[in-house]
Design a protein around this ligand. Structure first.
Ligand code: URA
Length: 268
């Protein structure tokens, strides 16, 4: 991304605009090893090498984050009253325009992606793209084959018919059961509503996977890290975007290449 050097420094949270001008005046800021003399000079934030007071700085302003969301935080870019997932990241991530990709309910835990790439965010959530999400849910009551079939058939909810979903029962107890659910859409309270439609209340909900990315088991609740290059490439592919070296993105309204989860062996 092209950006003025003084703005680059403030976007990265290194200093204020006036401090940036002062650092530049003192010759303390270099781009590709060359001292910057003009604060208005444009740099390429993803590829130019920035150093401040002799120290190289990670200058990328298009960041992509994997977060293990803890319960109790809103999934929102900001909220005037309540804590949000953005509170877990350094403030410069909000300054760089990093936003959650979709939403998890306040009491849902697990994999939440955040990205500064608005186009990728939009594409990953596009209803026509059917990016899979996998959840682990503890629910009231005993889950049986009847629920597996109901999920696979596509549950009728009050305002829409859910796409076929995959339900795998991990534990079926008298009081509660544990299951993995894979869906290819992301409607409001979708998993809770699907279980409610089969007579089960969700007690805990944890997202394990979003598209090609699994939650890093090394991330404790509330911890985060940036995506690796491989993860980012896989996510871009899931969004129908070309590898970063070039090529043309697929058209936005492309349908899924494969059927939705639960539709295996069914006619399309
Ligand atoms: N479905 C839900 O019901 N809640 C979530 O947070 C995510 C999916």
């Amino acid at each position: 991304m092209k950006m003025r050097v003084d703005r680059w420094l403030t976007t990265l949270g290194i200093c204020s605009r006036s401090e940036a001008k002062e650092l530049i005046r003192r010759g303390a800021v270099r781009v590709n090893g060359i001292p910057v003399r003009d604060a208005g000079l444009s740099a390429e934030t993803e590829t130019d090498v920035l150093s401040v007071r002799g120290q190289d700085v990670d200058g990328r302003t298009v960041r992509h984050v994997m977060l293990n969301k803890p319960a109790g935080l809103l999934t929102a870019a900001r909220d005037r009253k309540q804590p949000t997932v953005m509170d877990l990241l350094p403030p410069c991530y909000a300054g760089m325009g990093c936003m959650p990709v979709g939403r998890l309910d306040r009491d849902t835990t697990g994999l939440l992606l955040l990205t500064c790439d608005g186009e990728m965010n939009h594409r990953l959530l596009s209803p026509g793209r059917h990016v899979e999400k996998e959840y682990e849910a503890r629910v009231t009551g005993r889950l049986t084959d009847a629920e597996i079939r109901a999920f696979a058939d596509g549950l009728e909810l009050s305002d829409f018919t859910a796409m076929p979903a995959r339900l795998r029962i991990l534990e079926a107890g008298g009081e509660t059961s544990l299951a993995r659910v894979t869906v290819a859409e992301g409607k409001f309270h979708q998993i809770k509503r699907m279980f409610a439609a089969t007579g089960h209340e969700v007690l805990t909900l944890h997202r394990r996977r979003f598209g090609p990315l699994e939650l890093d088991p090394g991330l404790a609740g509330g911890a985060w890290r940036e995506l690796t290059e491989e993860e980012l490439s896989a996510l871009r592919a899931a969004a129908g975007m070309a590898p970063r070296s070039g090529g043309n993105p697929e058209p936005e309204a492309r349908g899924a290449a494969e059927g939705p989860p639960g539709s295996e062996g069914k006619e399309k």
